[in-house]
Structures are given as structure tokens and as C-alpha cells.
Design a protein around this ligand. Structure first.
Ligand SMILES: *Cc1c(COP(=O)(O)O)cnc(C)c1O
Length: 388
């Protein structure tokens, strides 16, 4: 971030460390040659460490939505009974993809701003079935809520032990604690442009042995997103179609940065930054959208109070060098969201809060200069155990 570069605080694509940006400028290599195979094999091994899994992890060139589509078409058949747990726009999207390909989807929707309730999941599963799969979102980017995936997965295993658990972990994996194997998750999807500090273009999909068994009989139509084809190509260090090579170069460097910092430190940093954003926005008088028990450490959403209009507010922020996101779906024009995943530091967040202070003062709202920055700083230090 410098004078000429805005503080990009949207929940993806996220800003890139300089070393990652530079890696994207490298000369191409033959994607069917030995350099690429070495690169892909190394990246896959390191992604498995970050996913905390021994399952296969495949790399598919696509937006995050393509990763979700690959998870639906590779393992399911038309007519399969699927429970789509949704707490916002991305949960709705996952369910819609399954519906589009002919799955028999029952939606279990929770109020926006709340997390999914494992007891309600148990009830819904008991009321229907036999279930082929359950869809869930780890971190609902539209509402800034993180679901209790471990408890939700346990509820599924209890009531529908054979159902595949498919997880959209696009905007949280890599930033907050997550256990693919220990939580028994069959298919987990993440995307390069969120917590991984890499440009858009790649999705990562982990696949359990049970899911591969389902793939052998899955009848949904598929071609580009056939994960069996990706697995076959990966055996020789390749991808079935031309991959986003430049994004692979970036990912290689980003994984080095993550390894240098250490997974536990990355998680701690996100917890501190999340606490800072929530404290800063609260001190500015904003009402947060998410249930505090399930507030996301990668994105925060807050309501726009009466008299603060999204267009004017956003225009002022942009002029001052801060780029935030608006609301999605039913929350359009009602909330704004700040992304804080991946390449994010406490100073970058204090900058964002400082800009918010200035913008609100410019817009004539009652704000004490420095108060929200101080509240954010204290919350970050408390989270890191450096203040009481
Ligand atoms: C960003 C995101 C996606 C995918 O978005 P694309 O625009 O397709 O890359 C899916 N789910 C969640 C939770 C996301 O945050």
C-alpha cells in the first residue's frame, strides 16, 4: 500500500504481497513439461498441509464458483437428495448449482447474520432422505459469519452417516482454524483470490476416498469440471486443460510466505485483525451484522445507519484511498463489508479505520478523531495477549 495505491479491503480478490505480484510476471513454462510437474506436485503437497488433510487436493483453473460446480458435478447424479444449508448468498449459490444439474435439493436456510444451527440440521436430515450429500459454507462472505463446521459435520455424521459433506471454504480456509480430516469433510473447496494472497484463477478441491467412490457412479453431465480427469492428469504432474500458470507461480511464493510465518501465526493474525475491525466499527457507531458468537475473522459487515447513503459513503472512502465492498442480495445498499483475509496486517486495518473516521467526519457525522483507531488497536493487542 502506498500513496498511489488504495487500501484494498474487499473480501476478494485480496491485495497481493510484492513477492507474489513479481512471481506472476515470470516467463511461461511448458505446462506439459518437467518444471510444471515439479511446481504442481510441490504446491499440492503444501496445500494438503494447509487443508490439514491426507486426501487428494486438485488444482482447477476457475473462479471459486467453478470449484463449487466441480464439487457438485463430479460426485452427484440427477435426482440425488441433497440438503443445502445456507446462511447467505454463497450458500444459496451452492444449492442453486446443485439444483441446476438436477439434484433434488432441500434448502435449510437460516437468517442472514446468523450461523447454521446443528440441531436444526439434525431435524432437517431426520425429516427426509436418504441423503446423498449435504452442502455447507465455512465462511459466508455475504453476511460475515463463520459457521461451526465441526459441529455441523458431526450432526450430519450422526443422522446421515453415508452422506457426502461438501464444504465451500473459499473465503476462510488458509486464514482461520480448519480441519479437513479431523472434521470428516469429504470435499472442501477454496479459491486463490481470498486468504491465499494470490490473484484470482485457481481453485483447490480436496476429495476423500468416499467421495471418489461416489465419483465412479456420478451421472451429472460434466466435461471441464470433471475432477476424475483432474486426478488422472495430476498423477503425471499435469492438469487436463491449460492451467493459469502465472497464478501457480504466485501461489508457490505465497505458500512460502505462509510457511515462513507459520499456520498458527497466520490464524492468530487473522483473529487479531478481526477483533480490531469489529472494535473499530463498533466505536464508530456501526451496528455489526453478524451474531458476535460467529463473527468472521476474514470479513466484517456493518449496517449503514439512517442518513448514511451507500453511494456517498463509498465515494468518500474511495477518494480517501479505501476500497470496501457493499452488500449482496437482500443486503444491497443496507450494509458495507470490509475484507481482512490473506495479506492483511494490523497497521493496514488501523489505516482503514482511520480513513473511516475521516470519511464520517467529512460526511458530517459525530466522530471523535482517533477514538475508533484506539479501540481497534486495543482489541488487536488484547487478541494477541499484549494488552489487558
Ligand atoms: C468468493 C466466494 C466464492 C466464489 O466466488 P467467485 O467469484 O466465483 O470466485 C464462493 N463462496 C464464497 C464463500 C466466497 O467468498
Amino acid at each position: 500500500m502506498n500513496r498511489f495505491e488504495p487500501n484494498l479491503r474487499i473480501p476478494g480478490p485480496t491485495s497481493l504481497p510484492d513477492a507474489v505480484r513479481e512471481a506472476g510476471a515470470r516467463q511461461m513454462v511448458n505446462h506439459r513439461g518437467p518444471e510444471f510437474a515439479v511446481l504442481q506436485n510441490s504446491i499440492v503437497a503444501r496445500l494438503k498441509t494447509n487443508f490439514r488433510t491426507e486426501n487428494d487436493v486438485l488444482i482447477v483453473t476457475a473462479a471459486g464458483t467453478g470449484g463449487l460446480e466441480s464439487a457438485i458435478v463430479s460426485f452427484l447424479s440427477p435426482g440425488d437428495k441433497v440438503l443445502g444449508i445456507t446462511i447467505g448468498a454463497f450458500g444459496d449459490r451452492f444449492a442453486k448449482i446443485a439444483t441446476t444439474y438436477g439434484a433434488d435439493v432441500t434448502k435449510l436456510a437460516f437468517d442472514w447474520g446468523t450461523a447454521a444451527d446443528p440441531d436444526k440440521v439434525r431435524e432437517a436430515l431426520k425429516a427426509g432422505g436418504p441423503w446423498k450429500a449435504v452442502l455447507m459454507t465455512q465462511n459466508e462472505t455475504s453476511t460475515a459469519v463463520t459457521n461451526p463446521i465441526q459441529a455441523l459435520a458431526a450432526a450430519v455424521r450422526e443422522v446421515a452417516p453415508d452422506a457426502l459433506i461438501l464444504v465451500d471454504a473459499i473465503s476462510g480456509l488458509g486464514a482461520v482454524p480448519f480441519e479437513t480430516d479431523a472434521w470428516g469433510l469429504d470435499v472442501v473447496v477454496s479459491g486463490s483470490q481470498k486468504a491465499w494472497m494470490v490473484a484470482p484463477g485457481l481453485v483447490f478441491v480436496s476429495v476423500s476416498p468416499r467421495a471418489w467412490e461416489a465419483a465412479a457412479v456420478a451421472k451429472m453431465p460434466k466435461f471441464y469440471f470433471d475432477l476424475v480427469a483432474h486426478r488422472t492428469s495430476a498423477e503425471s504432474g499435469q492438469t487436463p486443460w491449460t492451467p493459469a500458470v502465472a497464478v501457480m507461480f504466485q501461489l508457490d511464493v505465497a505458500l512460502n510466505l505462509i510457511e515462513q510465518e507459520g499456520q498458527a501465526e497466520v490464524w492468530k493474525r487473522h483473529a487479531a485483525v478481526g477483533a480490531a475491525v469489529r472494535a473499530g466499527l463498533t466505536a464508530l457507531g456501526f451496528k455489526l451484522l453478524a451474531d458476535p458468537k460467529f463473527a468472521s475473522d476474514t470479513v466484517t459487515g456493518a449496517y449503514l445507519p439512517d442518513g448514511l447513503e451507500w453511494k456517498a459513503f463509498n465515494g468518500t472512502l474511495r477518494k480517501l484511498g479505501l476500497v470496501v465492498a457493499g452488500g449482496q442480495g437482500a443486503l444491497k445498499g443496507k450494509i458495507f463489508r470490509i475484507g481482512h483475509m490473506g495479506h492483511v496486517t494490523i497497521p493496514a486495518i488501523l489505516n482503514a479505520i482511520a480513513v473511516l473516521e475521516v470519511a464520517l467526519i467529512e460526511l458530517g457525522r459525530p466522530v471523535t478523531p482517533g477514538a475508533a483507531v484506539a479501540a481497534a488497536q486495543v482489541a488487536a493487542l488484547k487478541s494477541l495477549g499484549l494488552a489487558k
